[in-house]
Ligand binder design. Structure first.
Ligand code: BDR
Ligand code: CA
Length: 314
C-alpha cells in the first residue's frame, strides 16, 4: 500500500523535484501540497507549486497556502539561490491548477482527521506551518505517522557557518517540531550534499525526451549556476527530494538515532541543529538522523518519477 503523505514546501528548485518525486512514484500517495514562505514570499512559493503541478500534469492534489512569515523573526528569502521568482530558469505556462480556499494548517488538520490511517508529513521548507499545526491542534500529533523533513545538518550550515536555511529561517518553529514527540527523521545537508545533480544526471532528464524532462534539466541548470557562484560546488545538491526518497524506500537513506535540539540563542549559531551523534549528553533520542544516501538508487527513482509524469502529461 502506498504511504499517504503531505508535502509542505516552498518551491524552490529542489522542492519542485520533491513534488514530482512524490506525485510520480507509486510508493507514496500524495494527499496534498501545502506552501509556506521561505525560499520566496508565500505568494511566489504558492504560484510556483501551481506551476509545478501544471507542468507535471499533477491534478486532483489539493494545494493550500499557509503561513506568510516565520513565527518570530522577519522573513529572509533566498533569491540568491532560487532567483527572484523562486523558480528561475525555465519558462512556465500559465498555471491551470488553483489553490483550495483553506489555510494550509487547516487543510492538513482536516486530512489528518479524515484519513483512515496516520499520515506522514514531509516538510521541505521552514517549519512554520507544521509548528502552527502542532500548537493549534495538539491532538493531531497522534494522527501523524511521522515527520520526515529536509532541514538542519550534522555539520556545516548553508546560511551561516552552523545553520541550514529551513531551520535558520524559522528556528522557533523548528524547536517546536523537534520537541513535539512526533516520530521524526531529519534529512540535513550532511546527507543531501550526497545527492549531486551531475552532468550525467542532467543528461538523464534530457534524454527522457519529454517537456517535463527538459524542464527538470533547466531547473537543475539554474540551480547549478547559483551553487557554483555562491558555494563553489561543481554540481548542485538536490536537497528536498531526499526526504521524499526516505519515505518511499527507507533503504535509499540510512539513518542513525540521536538527540537533536535547535539552537535559539547562540550569538553565532542561532538556527543550528545540535545533533548528538556520539551520545555526549543524556538527552533522549528524539530523531532519526539521515547520514548516508544510496545516490544511484535515489537518482533512478527521481528520473523514473519524472518519466512517469512526463508520459501522463504528454
Ligand atoms: C533547503 O533550503 C532551501 O533553499 C531548499 O529548497 C531546501 O529546502 C536547503 O537548505
Ligand atoms: Ca525547500
Amino acid at each position: 500500500m502506498p504511504v499517504p503523505i503531505i508535502i509542505d514546501c516552498d518551491p524552490g528548485h529542489d522542492d519542485a523535484l520533491a513534488i514530482m518525486l512524490a506525485a510520480g512514484d507509486p510508493a507514496v500517495d500524495l494527499l496534498a501540497i501545502t506552501t509556506v514562505a521561505g525560499n520566496q514570499t508565500l505568494e511566489k512559493t504558492t504560484l510556483n507549486a501551481r506551476r509545478v503541478c501544471t507542468v507535471a500534469g499533477i491534478t486532483g492534489v489539493p494545494i493550500a497556502a499557509g503561513c506568510d512569515r516565520p513565527l518570530v523573526q522577519p522573513l529572509a528569502v533566498a533569491s540568491d539561490v532560487h532567483g527572484v521568482s523562486g523558480l528561475d530558469g525555465p519558462r512556465f505556462p500559465e498555471p491551470t491548477v488553483d489553490v483550495v480556499p483553506e489555510h494550509a494548517v487547516d487543510l492538513i488538520h482536516r486530512i489528518l482527521t479524515e484519513h483512515p490511517e496516520p499520515v506522514t508529513l514531509v516538510p521541505t521548507a521552514p517549519l512554520t506551518n507544521i509548528a502552527l499545526l502542532l500548537t493549534r491542534y495538539p491532538g493531531d500529533a497522534a494522527r501523524i505517522r511521522e515527520i520526515v523533513l529536509m532541514g538542519g545538518s550534522t555539520e556545516r550550515g548553508n546560511r551561516s557557518p552552523a545553520a541550514e536555511f529551513n531551520v535558520q529561517t524559522d528556528p522557533e518553529a523548528a524547536d517546536i517540531v523537534f520537541r513535539s514527540g512526533v516520530p521524526l527523521t531529519m534529512c540535513g545537508l550532511n546527507v543531501t550534499h550526497q545527492a549531486l545533480a551531475t552532468r550525467e544526471v542532467l543528461a538523464r532528464f534530457e534524454d527522457l525526451g519529454t517537456e517535463l524532462g527538459r524542464t527538470c534539466a533547466e531547473l537543475l541548470t539554474f540551480f547549478a549556476s547559483t551553487y557554483r557562484t555562491l558555494w563553489g560546488f561543481p554540481d548542485p545538491p538536490l536537497h528536498d527530494p531526499v526526504a521524499v526518497a526516505r519515505v518511499l524506500d527507507p533503504q535509499i537513506v540510512h539513518c542513525v538515532e540521536a538527540n537533536v535540539v535547535v539552537e535559539l540563542h547562540g550569538r553565532y549559531t542561532r538556527g543550528a541543529t545540535v545533533v548528538d551523534l556520539h551520545r555526549y549528553v543524556d538527552r533522549p533520542v528524539n530523531a532519526l538522523v539521515a547520514v548516508t544516501l544510496e545516490a544511484e538508487l535515489f537518482w533512478d527513482r527521481m528520473v523514473a518519477a519524472v518519466a512517469a509524469l512526463g508520459r501522463r502529461s504528454a
